[in-house]
Design a protein around this ligand. Structure first.
Ligand code: SF4
Ligand code: SF4
Length: 253
């Protein structure tokens, strides 16, 4: 039986999620025994044309050229997967959405005539998406879990709870209650193992909203703790401000 063919596409991104695929180094050869990495410009000198069984799309969509490439990717892939926070809901590139487009562009470019960027969206704004692998960068464990589940034909494990739960499992001291830090752990999807709070850093919400996240309540509680309105709004907009849940949190203060 032929191996499933995998394609990795890059849109507007830092390439950190693609790098995480290469960082699977200790098991990359095992992985290549089960799937064929047919299209991966960052890793292959020569790439093969579609169709592909699985397409992993990294990056937000921020210009017309990317919309066209994304639509082509959708056509040539059986399963299309959003790889990382940028592709899932805009991620860091979506920070620019809260300022006028020309103001943002003029901070980076001298000649704006050649710039044709648009509002940054996750890929499901333009095409149907079959799975979301969240995180900035994507979790290697979840990526492997997804590939294994796909090969076995079973549903991957989806975590319904928040980062707060993982923090409690690690017996971390709550940074919000004890330090008065803005921490989005209570409303952010678990799966990173509470990576940041376990190292004394609050959660920035890179994995986006957890199921039933009450972001309005968290934002208002933060205000009652004396935290600054604009700081709270900035946290909610850092990675997933384009999601309805985090958008509500930002607007509640
Ligand atoms: S999700 Fe983070 S690591 Fe991945 S491409 Fe976007 S900015 Fe880079
Ligand atoms: S703790 Fe929060 S910001 Fe840190 S990796 Fe996990 S979800 Fe992302």
């Amino acid at each position: 039986m032929s191996k499933p063919r995998v394609a990795v596409y890059k849109m507007s991104s830092c390439a950190g999620c693609q790098l995480e695929i290469l960082n699977l180094e200790p098991i990359l050869l095992d992985l290549l025994g089960t799937v064929e990495l047919s299209y991966f410009v960052m890793a292959r000198r020569e790439n093969e044309p579609g169709p592909y069984d699985i397409g992993l799309v990294e990056g937000a969509i921020t210009c017309g050229e990317e919309i066209e490439r994304l639509k082509k990717a959708r056509q040539e892939c059986h399963l299309l997967v959003a790889l990382g926070s940028c592709a899932c809901y805009g991620g860091l590139p979506s920070i620019k959405n809260w300022q006028p487009q020309r103001v943002v562009e003029s901070r980076v470019y001298d000649n704006l005539a050649a710039i044709h960027s648009t509002t940054a969206y996750g890929i499901d704004y333009y095409v149907p998406v079959d799975a979301y692998l969240k995180g900035c960068p994507v979790s290697r464990e979840e990526l492997l879990d997804f590939i294994k589940s796909t090969l076995l034909g079973v549903r991957p494990y989806l975590r319904p709870h928040s980062v707060c739960v993982e923090c409690k499992l690690h017996e971390n001291v709550c940074l919000f209650v004890t330090d008065g830090a803005i921490c989005l752990g209570p409303v952010t999807t678990a799966g990173c193992g509470a990576l940041c709070p376990s190292r004394g850093k609050p959660c920035d919400g890179c994995r986006g909203p957890a199921n039933d996240a009450n972001t309005v309540s968290l934002a208002q509680t933060m205000v009652s703790y004396g935290l600054h309105h604009s700081d709270i709004a900035r946290y909610f907009r850092k990675f997933a401000g384009m999601t309805p849940e985090f958008s509500k949190g930002a607007e509640a203060v």
